[in-house]
Write a protein that binds this ligand. Sequence first.
Ligand code: GP9
Ligand code: MN
Length: 426
Amino acid sequence: DSSDVTEVENYTKNKYAEPNSKLFGVAKEKNIIKIHLESFQSFLIDYKLHGEEVTPFLNSLVHDQSKNFTYFDNFFHQTEQGKTADAELILDNSIYGLPQGAAFVTKGKNTYQALPAILDQQQGYTSAVLHGDKRSFWNRDEIYKQFGIDKFFDSSYYDMSEDQVINYGLKDKPFFKESIPLLESMEQPFYSHLITLTNHHPYLIDEEDATIEPAETGDPSVDRYFQTARYLDESLEQFFNDLKEAGLYDDSVIMIYGDHYGISENHNNAMEQLLGEEITPFKNAQLQRVPFMIKIPGVEGQGINHEYSGEIDVMPTLLHLMGIDAQNYIQFGTDMFSKDHKDFVIFRNGDFVTPKYTSLGGTYYDNSTGEEIEETEQMKELKETVRHELELSDKLLFGDLLRFYTPTDDWKPVDASDYMYGKDAT
Ligand code: GP9
Ligand code: MN
């Protein structure tokens, strides 16, 4: 009931980090282009296979200062069984996914106060998700309505002929190509989210799309991972060029993130060959880094930012860039550009990472050596905070508590019946 939501509100208001005054509101009413890199782990950045960069384009965004991106190299995914759907939930709501199953499926009718709805109500944004798969996958066509997403350009909007499709759906190159006119059709300012697909397990690729030789570990999906990652990298470069041509590049916020790991622990053997080191539980936790990169119009890129952060922190960061105070909303993350940003990163199972140490199943490891260390009083307290934070997030979802919460005086609850998706529906 409403006393439960007050408990959550007190916690998140207390965790809140004040905006960085230099960046507050700098991206107000700018278009936002958010790009989901499927199954993309940070170890691919600058990785060389057969002496070749796997992702030269993404690497150039990290290293070429003139491109004005900021790359967070200590950013972690926080997903569980909901995989892509968990990443979407966390990024657009700053709440955690569920310990089991996917909230997208089991909590698809809940009340949410998601980023697309807030941007619409505060600054008149329209919103869209673009994705070359059927709209019912992960129950997207139900929960997106609760998020206030205006348009869902699913596979019914794309040319899904056989030569354009592989694995789960549309290949990334035609996906980005055909997304340009869809973006151009949108009323501005818009918040758009493009979800890629080709770099998905088991990493299938047509011969004509493979521009790097596979790895040679003998583990076929791992070996192909580099080929689909290269294809994704090329598709992104093509998209950037097309955005520039369409006049949508310069004045837009462009945000790129990896949703979750691509190589699971079942492939440690192959990973050991590729990285030349043992994949211990500590090392595996470090491998849960995924890229987060952002370009903000009129703001100089910072190059590499080493702040420890996770998917939960994206929404408050964006709100502050838009000039909307995140404190009014229930959010478990904090602004990544704030000097008060909370730099402990929580995994869904209660493990967590800080800049100095990593906590895994009750054992602590020194980040600089990977060696086990003794628990201190401070570590114990943080472990309890982590447990409590996850518990509150679960309470919020299981009790559908946002029904009882009014973030601002002018907030209007989202009415799912206002939204309808699919080419035939419009
Ligand atoms: C399906 C795609 C894949 O539409 O987003 O989801 P995943 O299997 O990565 O959760
Ligand atoms: Mn995914």
